[in-house]
Design a protein around this ligand. Sequence first.
Ligand code: C2E
Ligand code: CA
Ligand code: CA
Length: 389
Amino acid sequence: MNADQLLARNLLSALTNGGVEPYFQPIVSLDDGHVLGFEVLARWHDPVQGFISPEQFIPVADRFGLLDRLLDQLMRTAFLVAAEWPHHLFLGFNVSPTQLRNSELATRIAKAASDESFPLSRVHIEVTESGFIEDLTQPRRTLDRLISLGCVIAMDDFGTGYSSLTWLSTLPFSKIKVDASFVMAMCEHRQSRKIVAAVVALGHSLGLAVVAEGVETAQQADLLRGMGCKLAQGYLFGRPMPAHHVPDYLSAVVPPADDTELLVPMSLELRAHRLAEACESDAAAIAFMDPAGTVVASSTAFDKTMDVEKGAAAGRHIWELIGVTPDTIAELRANDLLDQEFPELEKSTANGSMARILIRPVKDESSELLGYSVEFNGSQNPNSAGVVS
Ligand code: C2E
Ligand code: CA
Ligand code: CA
């Protein structure tokens, strides 16, 4: 038996008898330091060899097919302990590309969450682009399935792989994590600083949340803030800690300024999924559009109100459906910048009826604009038009 086989065998028995436990590292807002969630990191303490680093055992676990078992165990333990923590906090789990090729992964994750009554909307999945993968069909399917269940997908270690940009354009990420190596070199090397600034800008222009990893100094945090980066993780804010340290940690740090905004760590996909789900029931006439005014998701009742076929509103501009103009979108943005609510509209719909329409911005956990929700309030007065006070 070679060293790797021995390591794999020891890991398997550690997984069976609780020798591996989840540690939790905070991910915080750079604006005010409040905690948004935790990355879950595996910690293996062997009774004979002592602490064994993930850098050492994760690649071996991957080769020996043990990562699913590891993930399952970490998830179940983490879901259980996190049930006591504030409900806006998400948990981020590491999943290797090998695992994404398994068509059962999403089902297993869903089962672990439902067994422990943990909402999948609080589960973030971090995928590292490790090596070259020829066929992204199954990984994409797995990630789509996880998104349809409500999970948020993050691209880990951004910038270190061969084809980060290809991945970004092919797989449905809504968050990127800038690799620690760039962040750590940022203060000494102009090149790294430029890379980080470019990644932050690229991420934001694509509507993605951007997390800077490996933030160890206040100087790095300041530079990142200057670049407009909103989220960070690193020793400056907290090291990975065992579950029983988390409540004390949370009570010592800044509480969220407005936790209603943080209740749901949101992605565009999640929001669309929520809407689709809420609306299967015919209950609400509601749609979600991207910042440019294209409908991304709409409820059955919305489609009916618009007099289009089920699902046919998606992909169309909102001004083709309700009596607004492209300028309305510009107005929405201006109102948002000024922190003013957009007034309720009363408009005629495609089928000739009148409706009160509420348009509200939808933002992610870093206050980035994801788009707008469009909700019909059902008033049917055919004689009035225009903005109502
Ligand atoms: P990662 O996903 O990039 O996780 C972040 C790593 O950076 C963690 O190392 C964390 O302890 C370390 N770190 C966080 N902040 C700082 C900082 O300010 N300075 C420095 N120097 N390091 C910081 P860790 O826990 O040793 O994990 C290493 C890698 O092993 C992880 O990198 C991840 O790729 C993998 N890993 C860990 N746990 C799991 C797991 O449960 N499943 C899988 N598939 N991979 C895991
Ligand atoms: Ca990670
Ligand atoms: Ca990382």
